[in-house]
Design a protein. Structure first.
Length: 642
């Protein structure tokens, strides 16, 4: 007689009022349940596996209870059902019975039945489990909860469930990863059925799935672009299921505020409408869609966004989610706008700009450079800068420019160049370099500012500053410079030199009687007649008012100086018509021959003194000072009158 049969003999019989069923039908129902339970235990889902175990056990129990009605049948069908379930189960099954000492004290459980999976799980290389004490076959490290629930199943007659991990070093956990065991404890008459299953693979797969999900969630959460996804399934269609940190930062909405919500619940209406339009485009043409340069109003201000949307399909081929990736390109667009603006400024500037690489090959020029050089774009870009024929004419500049090109400080200075027409081109050249983060020179920049017009204006202004504005003659400043240069030439040649001072007689009376306009016209005519009276090598200057000078280079003989003075006196004495008035101007002249040992001031002083001597002698006269030149010791040796 089997253990289950012996346990059955002490139980009460079925109530008489219970309807009797045919013996074969009573066995068929447990058999069907057993087959269904065994099928469910093969499921990939843990819940269905446990349902199968429970169904199989209940079927076996029902077959065992049907045993009295079929006792007369051959072969013991109840034992067959039980053994079929026991041996066919993929779980480790042990039937335990309590042990007591002679005094009736509980001494633990003993294994009275076990199937092959139980033998492989608890004693794979040992003796048979049957007849062993439970504490002798259980691995070390079984938690206290297991023993407590086993006792509750036996004493409380209520099924119990326990699951725990055996960590490395224990009998069933020799690998690096912990080994998980799941137990069902089902009370039986006179004992407990312990159904155990190694759930390590399921736990490790779940952990791996969680780790993978955590990895991808962390990866998406730390991407530098906004990533969000909405469900397309019917039960939560349109609700956000992904909302990473960048999306939260841009929109100032945390994941807690967004996940599970629809766009219309959290976003402004204009963004919702735009999103619907983009989703419609995605629905009409499935695939990855790019929407560049979208402008969104966010709490951080308007942002330029490059948006990518893609459909995500489930294993059933149905649309599962709509994934959106938004790249905030506001800074890049602003930088690009700045580059375009800088490029336009360089193109529109009047300065010629040339940029070369670290090897001084031209990489960029602007239209002003092409116009200045007379070259075409393909004749410049890609060529060495030195071969373009734009080297400065002043070799003193080359040292500073070359030092800058080698990475030295910025160099600026005037740099005359020869233009494409062969004419001199005056430029202000600035040479500088650009460096990378490693402080290596990456580009050279040359900026040519055409200052030819400015230089011409400067020369004009300089000339005007040295000329008398009324007569156009050199003024006092220019007179001093020209006399100094004439003295220097006279020393080098050597040659003679004389200086003459001319002062109009009675000019103040004419100016007072006829007015300043008439006086100005008189001065202009005086200047013209004086220039006509001297040689082409002589220089007539106006010092102030009615005072003039004449620098006579190469005129060292008194006779030659006297002839020039007499011509001036004669020409000035001729009358001329000013409006309705006839005017006649007379002049007093004084001259001095230059001595090599005297300076400019001394020569001027002697000529001025001679001129005043002529005035005191009766005006309209000429006095020549030859002191120290021809041996004379006083003025007046060559005095004369017109």
């Amino acid at each position: 007689m089997s253990f289950i049969t012996s346990m059955r003999m002490g139980t009460p019989t079925r109530p008489l009022s219970a309807p009797a069923s045919p013996p074969r039908l009573r066995l068929a129902i447990p058999l069907i349940g057993l087959i269904a339970g065994l099928a469910l235990t093969s499921s990939h889902q843990l819940a269905w596996q446990w349902v199968g175990v429970s169904l199989s056990l209940c079927a076996a129990w029902a077959g065992w209870r049907a045993r009295p009605a079929t006792r007369g049948s051959a072969g013991g069908p109840d034992d067959a059902v039980w053994h079929a379930w026991l041996e066919g189960s993929q779980d480790a099954v042990m039937v335990l019975t309590p042990r007591h000492d002679p005094l009736g004290r509980f001494m633990g459980h003993m294994v009275v039945q076990a199937n092959a999976p139980a033998q492989a799980l608890f004693l794979p290389d040992g003796a048979s489990l049957v007849g062993q004490r439970l504490q002798d076959v259980l691995p070390a490290g079984m938690p206290e909860s297991f023993h407590e629930r086993l006792h509750m199943a036996w004493a409380g007659r209520q099924p119990q469930v326990d699951e725990h991990a055996l960590h490395p070093g224990h009998a069933l956990g020799q690998g690096e990863a912990p080994r998980w065991l799941s137990h069902q404890m089902i009370p039986l008459p006179g004992g407990v059925a312990l159904i155990s299953r190694d759930t390590s693979a399921a736990h490790h797969a779940t952990e791996a799935l969680h780790e993978q999900e955590s990895f991808y969630r962390c990866l998406v959460d730390h991407l530098p672009m906004a990533v969000f996804a909405r469900s397309a399934r019917a039960h939560n269609a349109g609700r956000y299921v992904v909302w990473n940190r960048e999306a939260a930062e841009v929109m100032q909405l945390s994941a807690e505020q967004v996940l599970g919500k629809r766009p219309e619940d959290i976003l402004p209406p204009e963004m919702v409408e735009r999103g619907r339009a983009l989703d419609q485009a995605l629905a009409q043409q499935p695939g990855v869609h790019h929407f560049p340069n979208l402008i969104y109003q966010t709490p951080k201000g308007p942002r330029v966004v490059d948006l990518t949307k893609a459909p995500i399909y489930g294993v059933d081929g149905q649309l599962d989610h709509i994934l959106s990736i938004a790249q905030d390109v506001t800074a890049q667009r602003q930088a690009a706008d700045q580059l375009r603006l800088a490029s336009r400024v360089i193109d529109e500037t009047g300065d010629a700009v040339m940029v070369t690489d670290a090897m001084d090959r031209v990489v960029m020029v602007n239209p002003a450079f092409l116009k200045m050089s007379g070259l075409r774009h393909h004749e410049v870009v890609g060529h060495d800068a030195e071969l373009l024929g734009l080297a400065p004419l002043r070799e003193t500049h080359l040292i500073g420019i070359q030092e800058t090109l080698r990475g030295g400080p910025r160099w600026t200075g005037e740099s005359p160049l020869v233009g494409p027409d062969g004419l001199l081109l005056e430029t202000w050249l600035s040479v500088s370099v650009l460096r990378n983060e490693a402080q290596q020179v990456t580009q050279h920049i040359r900026v040519f500012n055409d200052i030819s017009r400015l230089k011409a204006q400067q020369r004009e202004l300089t000339e005007q500053a040295r000329r008398d504005s009324l007569t156009g003659l050199p003024n006092r400043r220019e007179f001093s410079d020209r006399l100094r240069m004439a003295m220097a030439r006279a020393r080098r040649q050597p040659q003679t030199l004389a200086l003459m001072y001319v002062d109009l007689d009675g000019f103040k009376a004419i100016n007072d009687q006829l007015g300043h306009a008439a006086g100005d016209r008189l001065l202009i005519e005086v200047a013209r007649r004086m220039e006509d009276s001297v040689r082409t090598t002589d220089c007539v200057c106006r010092l102030s008012g009615d005072e003039f000078t004449v620098i006579l280079e190469g005129a060292g003989h008194p006779d030659e100086v006297t002839r020039i003075a007499n011509r001036i006196i004669e020409r000035l004495a001729q009358p001329w018509q000013i409006d309705a008035h006839t005017v006649q101007a007379r002049a007093s002249l004084g001259a001095a021959l230059w001595s090599r040992d005297e300076d400019l001031d001394a020569l001027c002083q002697r000529a001025d003194t001679a001129m005043y001597a002529a005035k005191h002698a009766g005006k309209g006269r000429f006095v020549l000072d030859t002191e120290g030149v021809w041996g004379a010791t006083s003025m007046g040796l060559y005095a004369g009158a017109a």
